[in-house]
Design a protein around this ligand. Structure first.
Ligand SMILES: Cc1cc2nc3c(=O)[nH]c(=O)nc-3n(C[C@H](O)[C@H](O)[C@H](O)COP(=O)(O)OP(=O)(O)OC[C@H]3O[C@@H](n4cnc5c(N)ncnc54)[C@H](O)[C@@H]3O)c2cc1C
Length: 385
């Protein structure tokens, strides 16, 4: 058991924090409010090797692990400028290609995902399936040497910025006819593929989309990895997603807590700074503890994942995402309380941040589905659905 980071990890944390300070929350919120993107930050982070830090060296990555990738996202979010597409492109898609892609798929995707020049989105959620991924109705049918894919996806982030979407569809088993999951790389300019932005009330630069796949014809090698092992491959990508969502939530909450603490040290409306009143100091201390606990579980999940202990990493990743969502919501809420009226101003932007961290309770997997997972898998309780 080792609770200290290596010299390389400490240096990475410091270098990313420095880049984060250069852009900061001002840049993030300006881009979000004006309909802009975080392209400059993405490109600079990529140039410094941060986006592909977890991907194999032979494909242009940094050769480190998910722990290091989570450092990158946590530190950027702690500076107020987390990159949501890191959860998707290098963490889910990059990992799945690196672990299960054919040599050609690795050669085609990994160097460009690592260099940040290609962004890949990820689409599993469907309008009528939602949390129930057994009900996915996006189906791929084999037609000679090609696949024909049809279905709908909803709330898919960053499709406008992406070169392709890794789509979770289903194929029919040739023997039983039963549908089982399969992953497909679908270029965003493929004929039959279209997407429509969804009006959202959250203030973030990455937009969410409704996807229409109408008889999208794809070459045989659009199928990622093995048709038979898609479930294993899918979870190899979903656990990193949960760890990275935790990193983004923990980082954002660190940002809000910093703001609150600095404000509480300065602001004086009686004879002492407001932070001296225990009514304000204790809830801030409480969320600090909750945040550190969530962070610890996130780090445990990342270490387990990098060690290849997939089952234990899955349990820890779920618990980390639960804890990070809860801690970040309570932290941002307490930061808002600490700033009083100022928290509601655009200058501080904390009210806008609340909706963003609140999303972590819903996506990429909801609080209730994590509780279901823990009830059934960790505690062995029976299933109600
Ligand atoms: C900002 C944002 C970005 C997103 N980006 C992506 C993306 O890039 N790619 C992607 O594929 N998806 C994405 N999503 C979708 C997200 O993963 C889903 O919203 C989430 O999984 C929940 O699904 P749902 O919205 O259909 O809710 P539903 O499944 O309809 O659930 C609604 C409520 O019912 C509860 N519920 C459902 N079933 C049960 C049960 N058995 N027991 C107890 N409670 C239950 C849920 O917990 C939830 O509280 C994004 C969503 C948002 C908001």
């Amino acid at each position: 058991m080792n609770f200290t980071e290596t010299d390389e990890q400490v240096a990475l944390r410091a270098a990313v924090a420095e880049l984060g300070r250069k852009y900061g929350y001002g840049y993030f919120i300006r881009q979000a409010r004006s309909g802009g993107r975080l392209t400059e930050l993405w490109q600079e982070a990529a140039k410094l090797g941060f986006i592909g830090v977890n991907l194999p060296v032979e494909y242009g990555g940094g050769g480190a692990g998910l722990y290091e990738l989570s450092i990158v996202l946590e530190e950027l979010a702690a500076a107020g400028c987390g990159l949501l597409m890191m959860v998707v492109s290098p963490a889910i898609c990059g990992t799945i290609f690196a672990r299960f892609g054919t040599p050609e798929q690795k050669q085609h995707w990994l160097p460009r995902i690592a260099s940040g020049s290609a962004i890949m989105a990820f689409g599993i959620t469907e309008p009528d399936a939602g949390s129930n991924s057994h009900k996915l109705s996006t189906v791929a049918t084999r037609d000679g040497d090609t696949w024909v894919l049809s279905g709908r996806k909803i709330y898919i982030s960053g499709v406008d910025e992406a070169e392709a979407v890794l789509i979770v569809g289903r194929t029919a088993d040739t023997k039983t006819g039963k549908l089982r999951p399969a992953l497909f790389a679908v270029p965003t300019d493929a004929p039959g593929f279209s997407f429509q932005p969804i009006d959202m009330d959250i203030v973030m630069p990455e937009k969410q989309f409704l996807l229409f796949l109408d008889d999208v014809r794809l070459p045989a090698d659009a199928l990622v990895g093995e048709e038979d092992a898609a479930l294993l491959q899918l979870f190899a990508g979903l656990n990193p997603e949960r760890i990275m969502a935790s990193a983004m939530a923990v980082g954002s909450a660190r940002y809000a807590l910093d703001k609150a603490v600095n404000y509480a040290k300065e602001r004086t409306v009686w004879s002492v700074p407001i932070g001296a009143h225990q009514g304000l100091a204790h809830p801030l201390a409480q969320v600090k503890i909750e945040l550190e606990l969530a962070r610890l579980m996130m780090q445990k999940a990342a270490v387990l994942y990098d060690a290849g202990v997939d089952m234990a990493a899955g349990e820890a990743a779920n618990m980390a995402k639960y804890a990070a969502a809860e801690a970040s919501v309570r932290t941002v809420d307490q930061a808002i309380q600490s700033l009083g009226g100022s928290s509601m101003t655009s200058e501080f932007g904390l009210a806008a941040m609340l909706a963003n961290v609140r999303t972590t309770r819903i996506a990429p997997v909801s609080r209730e589905m994590i509780l279901n997972f823990v009830a059934q898998h960790s505690l062995g309780l029976p299933k109600s659905y």
